[in-house]
Ligand binder design. Structure first.
Ligand code: IPE
Ligand code: IPE
Ligand code: MG
Length: 224
């Protein structure tokens, strides 16, 4: 049975769920937050150590302002109301991506990371304004600036996932089979599951089914 340390998730399908069920994309984002809570709980039950959640890509700025503002308000409210609880549950929050939001949100994100930095049960990497190509370009720039050799170890050190093992498992909900600029380097050997269900419909049972399947996959890494 494969050990499972790190799960990465592209939480896709909120907008379609919202339009279909509540006539509003934003209602889908709100509903999607319930799935996030369920998945955090289930990750802990499964003794997963790292959970990386793709919440907002560098490309998502193309969306209408109304939707972008709604998403960040949702995040702000979530952190204000729930960071103490996450802390009590021994959960560490880390942001990957560029924190160039409102001063208020940047402060809140920094505060949340600092408060939970020593926690050890589960590390949640929240990908916010994250783009893998941008991350890689910056890493190469740092190698160049510091005149370091270009090799896997040195490059990984300058990624935002420095010190985090690569994801064992990637799940994308929402019935689309693409990576959308997410962890292109880190996913080199991850097992990938594309799910038909939209993120708000994705259940603990679905997650456990994927984990069970993952555990029985023969991971070759080029070997036989
Ligand atoms: C959520 O799903 C992902 C975010 C960018 C917040 P979407 O909002 O992309 O939902 P669909 O794909 O349009 O249904
Ligand atoms: C990927 O979903 C980004 C997040 C889940 C945050 P998108 O819905 O933005 O991806 P594309 O644009 O359909 O590839
Ligand atoms: Mg989408």
């Amino acid at each position: 049975m494969n050990p499972l340390k790190h799960v990465a998730i592209i939480m896709d399908g909120n907008g379609r769920w919202g339009l279909k069920n509540k006539k509003s994309r934003n209602a889908g984002h709100k509903e999607g937050l319930n799935t996030v809570e369920k998945i955090i709980k289930t990750s802990i039950k499964n003794k997963i150590k790292y959970l990386t959640l793709y919440a907002f890509s560098t490309e998502n700025w193309k969306r209408p302002k109304k939707e972008i503002n709604f998403l960040f308000d949702l995040l702000e409210n979530f952190l204000v109301n729930r960071i103490d609880e996450l802390h009590e549950k021994n959960i560490k929050l880390k942001i990957i991506g560029v924190k160039n939001f409102s001063t208020k949100l940047n402060k809140l994100l920094n505060y949340s990371e600092k408060k939970t930095i020593k926690n050890t049960k589960l590390q949640i990497n929240l990908a916010l304004n994250y783009g893998s190509k941008f991350e890689l370009i910056n890493a190469f720039k740092s190698l160049n600036k510091n005149k370091e050799n270009i090799n896997e170890k040195n490059l990984s050190k300058y990624l935002q996932t420095n010190n985090i093992p690569d994801p064992d498992l990637l799940i994308r909900t929402g019935n689309t089979k693409r990576l959308s600029n997410f962890l292109l380097w880190q996913l080199a050997y991850s097992e990938i599951f594309f799910e038909k269900k939209l993120w708000p419909e994705f259940s603990e049972k679905d997650y456990n089914r994927i984990i069970k399947k993952f555990k029985n996959i023969k991971r070759n890494y080029g070997n036989i």
